[in-house]
Design a protein around this ligand. Sequence first.
Ligand SMILES: [Zn+2]
Length: 450
Amino acid sequence: MKTDTYWLEHAWLDTNVEPGVAVEVTDGRITAVRKGVETPPPGATVLRGLTLPGLANAHSHAFHRALRGTVQVGSGTFWTWREVMYSVADRLTPETYYALARAVYAEMALAGITTVGEFHYLHHAPGGTAYSDPNAMGEALIEAAADAGIRITLLDTAYVASGLLSETRGKSPNRHQLRFSDGTTEAWAERASALKDREHARIGAAIHSVRAVPARQLGAVAEWSSAREAPLHVHLSEQTAENEACQTVHGRTPTRLLADHGVLGPRTTGVHNTHLTDEDIALLGRTTTGTCMCPTTERDLADGIGPAVRLQRAGSPLSLGSDSHAVIDILEEARAMELNERLRSHTRGHWTAAALLRAATADGHAALGWADAGAIESGALADFATVALDSVRTAGPVPRLAAEAAVFAATAADVRHTVVGGRHVVRDGEHAFVPDVAGALAEAVAALRD
Ligand SMILES: [Zn+2]
């Protein structure tokens, strides 16, 4: 079998910047890592800058990318934003969704993202009719990721109700939400079971939120993911209105409700985890349920600042996502988590650059069911993101501080190379398979306008 050699001018190994590292790759995996290699070995692919493990974008709704700019006009709340989002969702077909998602995932590749967690709930045709392949939309996303050259965990989402009514029943989905609903979680499980893992794709589950799945049906989704040892994600306490409704109907917080129905645990990730009680934080920590923070979306939607420091201290591993794609930049998500906490606490240094990179790489991948990605070490998948250290944003610091420069000053535009499974997907800032990513985005978004 053919072995390729990459020479990394600077590499992020464990928690250190190492100069001159040769990495051997066979069949998409790292087979050897050699330090102290001062010059590129003959025939090696040279990656200049700081090479990180590939970045994980742990929470995405690909179609929200079509809202960029549009939703920045006027004021409103999360709930008014949601109406605009629904109007875009109404127009998508498997064909237009494929075109949009391919462009969005190509934008992610350009940003150094090698794995996306797609929280997918747009399952059916308008009105809720199943497509001839009931997974046509999910398959379009899996194919889009393949064609953009990145990995995907399709978090197939149960979304069967519009709000909380009782233990057993939810409010009926509104006319927009009919596309999201399988009717019951049994029907959801049957459809989701037809999706299969493949080399670049793994199938996971999601509960849209405690608003969208009645309490008595939560356990069915948890059991489905347990049986497959698949990741399970859930939007959790993003808005105070969700907490209030849950208290009114169930007399407990959304976190407590999930715990009582067996949803929490090490394969589960709560997305946002913004408005939590002390008991919620302890529960999430004790069960080692993960927390996916999406700071650029949370600030965009005026959600609030989640207690990420306290969650992590309690035992909840952290991951990061670009969620609504107000921007697609995991480096920005990482620093925003730290900078939000500085504004709130009036102190600095809650996370080191190393800790933020861990959330952006190894822990993000683990949350998506790719425990074999997110580190530059023997046996791991050969996924890399190389950040330029000679751009106007990153020039100056000594190489020893390259991680600090990458996390606190670089942007997605500084990503020079992206390698996925030993395949050079982005070379010198150009996507190798999607020739004009900006053009593809413009075309795909224009196709969805009125
Ligand atoms: Zn979301």
